[in-house]
Design a protein around this ligand. Structure first.
Ligand SMILES: O=P(O)(O)OC[C@H]1O[C@](O)(CO)[C@@H](O)[C@@H]1O
Length: 566
C-alpha cells in the first residue's frame, strides 16, 4: 500500500503565502526586466542557439515548448526563485496532505485525492479519503455499467440513450467540456446533453429533441441549493412525469443526483440510493474527476474514466516531483505572472487546434478566474499588484479568421497557449489527397512562429510591396506563446491538460498570496437576484418602501411594462 505522506521533500509547516512584491527575489526579477523588455524573440533565438532544447518540458505525454516566451535562462531562474520564496513547496505539500488551506471556508483542497490509485491511502482527519473515493467510483462504475448494458432501463422498459446533466459552473463546465473532447471514445450509444442556464431557452431547446422514455437526468450540484439547477431540475421532472403519462414513480428510474448534500437531495425528491456523493474538499471547479463526471463515465465507460483520472495523476506526480525550474505548472504559472504583471499583458488566450476542445477555454475561465480573481490576500490585506489572468479563446483555425488580427498587429499584448495533437481523432483527405489534420497543424505551427518572429518592414519591402502598404503589412512579432503538443486527445491526455492548468492556479495564487479556493464574489449577486424577484413579479421597484437605486428601478419598471405588468 502506498501511503501519501509529506515525505517527498523536506517541508516545514505551511504558512500563509508571503506577498512577493518588495522581496529580494521580486526586486531581482524587476532589475532583470530591462534585459527582457529590450531583447526581442528574434534576438533571443539568434543569441541562444540551444533555446528550443532547453526551454521545453515533457510532463506525462505533454511536450511543452516555452521557447517563444519573452524570457531567458536568467529570467526563468528568477521566476522559480520567486515561486520558491512564496512558499509554493510548502503550500503544494499542504494541499496534497489535506490540510485546510482553504482557510476562508475552513476546508481542505483535495481534488488530487480523487485520482489516487486504489492501492494508495491518504488519512485526513482520521478517515482514509482514498477508500471513500474508490467506494464512490465503484458505485458509479456499477451504475454506468448497467445503463450502458441496457440493464438499468427507463420506466417503460426502454433503453436509456440520452443523459441530460443539469448543473452549472463546476457542475457543468467540466463534464460538458470533457464529454465533447472525448466524443470519439463514446462507445455505448449514449449521447449527453448539458443544461445549465436558468434561461428557459436552454432546457426548452434540449427537451424538444428528447423522448422521456429514453432519457436519464443527472442533477449535479455540490450544494444542491443552486437556483438555476433546482429550477431546471423541477421543470425536467414535470416534463418527464407528464411525458410518461403522470407516472411519478418513473422519477426513480430516470433521475439521479450528484451532490455533497444528501439532505437537500432527499428534500428535492430524489432517493439518496440514487445519489453519488463527493466531499466539501472538492471545489466545484476542480470536480470533474469526482462523481460530477458521471455523465462522462456513462459515455466512455469506467475504464476510460479511470484513464482520465490516471492522466491527472501523472501531472500531480510531476508537480510534486519535478524541481521548480523544470516543473511545468510552476514554469507556466510563473510565465503567466511575468506576462501579466511585468510585460503588460491583459489576458491569456487559449487556442486549442482541436475542435473537440471547443469548450476548453470556457472550462479554464471558471477554473482560473473564479479561483484567482481576488483582490485581498489570505490575511485580508489588499494585494498590491494585479491578480487573476483573464482567459479566453476559441479553437484554431476559427480564431484565425476572427480575432488573430488583433493578436498579430494590435496594440495589446496577448500571450497565447497553443494546444495541438499529432494524431487526429478524425482525418479527412482533400481533393489532392492531403490530410486535413496536417493542414490544421501547419496552421498551428505557423501562427506561433509568426507571433514570435513577425516580419520587418525591410523584409516586406524586399518582397516588392508598394511602399505605402509596407507599414500596414509589418508584423511586429515578439508576441509570446507556449505550445503544448500531445500525441493524441485521449482520456489520459485530457486529464493531463486539466491538471496542468489546475496546478498553475495554485502556483499563481501562492505568489499573489490569495486563496484560489473560495468564491465569495459570486454570492451577493445571487442574494440580490432573490431580493429583486418579488419586485419584478409583484409591486415593482417604484412601490413605497423600495430602496432600489434609480437606474435599477427604471429598468424594472420598463421590464414590467413590456411584460404587461404596469
Ligand atoms: O455545484 P453547485 O453547488 O450547484 O454550484 C455551482 C457553481 O456555483 C458556484 O458556486 C458559483 O456560483 C461555483 O463555484 C460552482 O461551481
Amino acid at each position: 500500500m502506498v501511503t501519501h505522506t509529506p515525505d517527498r521533500q523536506d517541508v516545514s509547516p505551511p504558512r500563509a503565502p508571503r506577498p512577493m512584491r518588495g522581496t529580494p527575489q521580486w526586486a531581482a526579477l524587476e532589475s532583470h526586466m530591462p534585459a527582457l523588455r529590450e531583447r526581442t524573440l528574434r534576438e533571443l533565438f539568434a543569441a541562444e542557439p540551444d533555446r528550443a532544447a532547453t526551454m521545453r518540458i515533457s510532463a506525462g505525454e505533454l511536450y511543452i515548448d516555452y521557447a517563444k516566451q519573452r524570457v531567458d535562462a536568467t529570467g526563468l531562474t528568477l521566476l522559480s526563485a520567486i515561486a520558491d520564496a512564496a512558499g509554493i513547496i510548502e503550500r503544494r505539500e499542504a494541499m496534497f496532505r489535506g490540510e485546510r488551506i482553504n482557510t476562508t471556508e475552513d476546508r481542505a483542497v483535495l481534488h488530487t485525492a480523487l485520482r489516487l490509485p486504489r492501492s494508495a491511502s491518504l488519512i485526513v482527519e482520521g478517515a482514509d479519503v482514498v477508500a471513500e473515493v474508490h467506494e464512490v467510483l465503484d458505485r458509479m462504475g456499477r451504475f454506468t455499467d448497467r445503463v450502458r448494458a441496457g440493464e438499468h432501463r427507463g420506466a417503460t422498459g426502454e433503453r436509456l440513450t440520452t443523459v441530460v446533466n443539469i448543473g452549472i459552473g463546476g457542475s457543468d463546465l467540466g463534464p460538458a467540456m470533457a464529454s465533447e473532447a472525448l466524443r470519439h471514445y463514446s462507445d455505448a450509444g449514449i449521447s449527453a446533453r448539458f443544461v445549465s442556464n436558468v434561461d428557459p431557452a436552454d432546457l426548452t431547446a434540449v427537451l424538444a429533441t428528447l423522448d422521456p422514455a429514453r432519457t436519464l437526468f443527472i442533477i449535479a450540484s455540490k450544494t444542491f441549493s443552486t437556483l438555476e439547477t433546482l429550477s431546471n431540475a423541477e421543470v425536467a421532472r414535470r416534463w418527464l412525469v407528464d411525458g410518461l403519462g403522470g407516472d411519478e414513480s418513473a422519477v426513480a428510474r430516470h433521475f439521479v443526483a450528484v451532490s455533497t448534500n444528501a439532505g437537500r437531495v432527499a428534500e428535492f425528491g430524489i432517493d439518496t440510493a440514487n445519489m453519488f456523493g463527493f466531499w466539501d474538499w472538492v471545489g466545484g471547479r476542480y470536480s470533474v474527476g469526482s462523481a460530477i463526471g458521471l455523465s462522462l463515465m456513462l459515455r466512455i465507460g469506467r475504464q476510460r474514466f479511470g484513464e482520465f483520472l490516471h492522466g491527472m495523476r501523472l501531472i500531480d506526480e510531476h508537480f510534486r516531483d519535478a524541481p521548480l525550474d523544470r516543473n511545468a505548472p510552476v514554469v507556466l504559472g510563473m510565465l503567466g505572472v511575468l506576462n501579466s504583471e511585468l510585460l503588460g499583458a491583459q489576458s491569456r488566450v487559449v487556442l486549442p487546434y482541436s475542435n473537440d476542445l471547443a469548450r476548453f477555454p470556457a472550462y479554464l475561465q471558471q477554473l482560473t478566474m473564479e479561483s484567482n480573481g481576488k483582490s485581498v490576500r489570505l490575511d485580508g490585506s489588499a494585494v498590491d499588484g494585479s491578480t487573476g489572468e483573464i482567459y479566453w479563446g476559441e479553437p484554431g483555425t476559427n480564431g484565425q479568421h476572427a480575432f488573430y488580427q488583433l493578436l498579430h498587429q494590435g496594440t495589446r499584448l496577448v500571450p497565447a497557449d497553443f494546444i495541438g495533437f499529432a494524431e487526429p481523432t478524425d482525418d479527412l483527405l482533400t481533393a489532392d489527397g492531403s490530410s486535413m489534420h496536417d493542414l490544421l497543424m501547419a496552421n498551428f505551427l505557423a501562427q506561433s512562429q509568426v507571433l514570435a518572429l513577425g516580419r520587418t518592414a525591410e523584409e516586406i519591402a524586399a518582397e516588392g510591396t508598394e511602399p505605402g502598404l509596407v507599414p500596414h503589412k509589418v508584423m511586429p512579432g515578439n508576441r509570446p506563446s507556449t505550445t503544448i503538443l500531445a500525441p493524441r486527445l485521449t482520456p489520459s491526455v485530457l486529464g493531463q491538460l486539466i491538471a496542468l492548468y489546475e496546478h498553475q492556479v495554485l502556483v499563481q495564487g501562492t505568489v499573489w498570496g490569495i486563496n484560489p479556493f473560495d468564491q465569495w464574489g459570486v454570492e451577493l449577486g445571487k442574494t440580490q437576484a432573490k431580493e429583486l424577484l418579488p419586485l419584478i413579479t409583484g409591486p415593482g421597484a417604484s412601490a413605497p418602501g423600495s430602496d432600489v437605486d434609480g437606474s435599477t428601478a427604471a429598468l424594472i419598471d420598463r421590464y414590467r411594462s413590456w411584460r404587461g405588468r404596469s
